[in-house]
Design a protein around this ligand. Structure first.
Ligand SMILES: Nc1ncnc2c1ncn2[C@@H]1O[C@H](COP(=O)(O)OP(=O)(O)O)[C@@H](O)[C@H]1O
Ligand SMILES: N[C@@H](CC(=O)OP(=O)(O)O)C(=O)O
Length: 439
């Protein structure tokens, strides 16, 4: 039996955390492949090494002095080395990094050094082999993961190493330069490694006891979710449940490998098991709630829109032309609304409006900014009557104005749009009605 274990930044933030991780790995012989993140925050005021690297490289790129911030990063690693009493030194590695920063090796190269260096320390600490992810994880010319090549090369390499450390977050691009996944992407590396070695389980160790019903930064002590399906988790992580990267389910899902989210600070807790399907009933009608702030609703009104063939296509073309991705698209008879990310939309607002005008000749275009989207997700909702009714009466009681409702055709989720200011209160109201009151 082989398990792949990924440890997040908070699990590796200090020598003390490294020691906990070492105990976890040594407690189970089958934990053969380890995927570390870069050291994360040691306390709420601390800075993640990845963020320190981004800031340091920005100075290097601007031609400014970057020796001091780079030495601060080295200190983080040295304190782990000294705290664990390791013999390894990173002096040569930091000389190479400094040289490559001067030669502008790229922002992805810079950010990836957090995991690379932590991988070297972890391999030394455990006595495992170190595999540089730039030699086994490949991106294609468009910058997407080259899954086939990666799986082939990585599977071969792993078959030659009984126990190994493979740093998270990065690989190599088609141009031969180091490339990272998006933030939080070590979760994806763990999933890729699990698939390549046909693991029986992918354990993802973090600082909370699994995926919780709601974000613990919004709800005090939310209940844990014991079992969740890949589809439910994907909906929640896409909508902001940052405990697992939204793309991390794909490699293992294809291979039917379950994910177990566990807590490094409470290794006895069973955490959350993520599976393809389960007949286990969820504890509550809903499985989880997640959400994101910062959306704009672009409403397009035109009389007889419903009978104009191709209207939606033309309206969407206006967004495509300007490179804006679309989040949701609720519609009425003579109106359609398109939800987009405010950050992406703001700089291109007037171009998008003029494209919509040119392509669709609408009566009115209306914009509403500062909106939050909340996803209420659950496989149990399909077979429970009145779920939507309970959500809306809870929101009405909390005096929250609902701006948009969108129920996915799979009945796995209900998306609710509210003002950014009502976002936290809306999540609390929904959590209370289903979890506290158990309606
Ligand atoms: N529904 C949720 N369940 C658990 N954690 C969540 C949820 N939504 C957001 N989080 C946040 O995700 C964090 C864990 O993810 P992350 O910070 O990326 O950890 P790591 O550094 O271990 O990868 C938790 O500390 C928590 O604040
Ligand atoms: N260190 C990277 C990648 C990552 O996955 O980190 P973490 O496992 O700490 O979320 C980041 O901060 O984005």
């Amino acid at each position: 039996m082989v398990k792949v274990v990924k440890f997040g930044g908070s699990s590796l933030a200090s020598a003390e955390q490294f020691a906990k991780v070492g105990d976890i790995i040594r407690a189970d012989e089958s934990r053969k492949y380890v995927v570390p993140s870069a050291p994360g925050k040691r306390n709420s005021r601390d800075t993640k090494v990845t963020d320190m690297l981004y800031a340091c490289y920005a100075k290097a790129e601007a031609g400014e002095e970057f020796r001091v911030p780079l030495m601060k990063i080295k200190e983080r690693y040295d304190s782990i080395i000294n705290g664990l009493g390791l013999k390894v030194t990173l002096d040569e590695e930091f000389k190479t990094i400094s040289k490559n920063f001067k030669e502008k090796a790229g922002v992805d190269y810079a950010a990836s050094r957090g995991e690379y260096l932590n991988g070297i320390l972890m391999a030394d600490y455990l006595g495992y082999e170190f595999i540089d992810s730039a030699t086994v994880i490949f991106f294609d010319e468009e910058g997407n993961l080259d899954a086939d090549k990666t799986d082939k090369v990585l599977a071969k390499k792993l078959s030659e190493c009984e126990k190994a450390v493979i740093p998270g977050f990065y690989g190599i691009g088609a141009d031969g330069r180091v490339k990272t996944f998006s933030r939080g992407g070590s979760d994806i590396t763990g999933s890729i490694v699990a698939k390549a070695c046909h693991a029986s389980l992918y354990e993802n160790w973090t600082d909370v006891s699994g995926c919780l019903v709601a974000d613990p930064r919004i709800i005090d002590n939310p209940q844990p979710i014991h079992v969740i399906t890949y589809r439910e988790l994907r909906e929640l992580s896409y909508m902001g449940a940052s405990v697992l990267h939204e793309d991390a389910v794909f490699p293992v899902r294809k291979a039917g490998i379950p994910i177990n989210i566990r807590n490094t600070n409470d290794p006895e807790a069973e955490g959350t098991l993520i599976v393809e399907s389960t007949c286990q009933k969820p504890e509550y009608t809903i499985t989880g709630i997640a959400g994101k702030k910062g959306f704009v609703a672009v409403s397009i009104d035109k009389d007889m829109m419903n009978s104009e063939v191709g209207f939606c296509r033309k309206a969407l073309q206006a967004f495509e032309e300007n490179g804006i991705s679309i989040e949701h698209m609720p519609s009425g008879i003579d109106t359609m609304t398109v939800f987009v990310h405010q950050e992406e939309f703001e700089g291109k607002e007037q171009q998008v409006i003029s494209s919509i005008r040119r392509l669709t000749h609408p009566d009115v275009i209306d914009l509403e900014a500062d909106l939050g989207l909340i996803a209420v997700v659950g496989r149990g909702m399909k077979s429970t009557r009145g779920t939507a009714g309970r959500i809306f009466s809870a929101l009405a009681h909390a005096n929250i104005n609902v701006k948009m409702i969108d129920q996915g055709s799979s009945e796995l989720n209900i998306i609710i749009g509210v003002s950014n200011d009502d976002f936290e209160a809306a999540i609390k109201a929904i959590y209370d009605i289903f979890v506290e009151t158990r309606l």
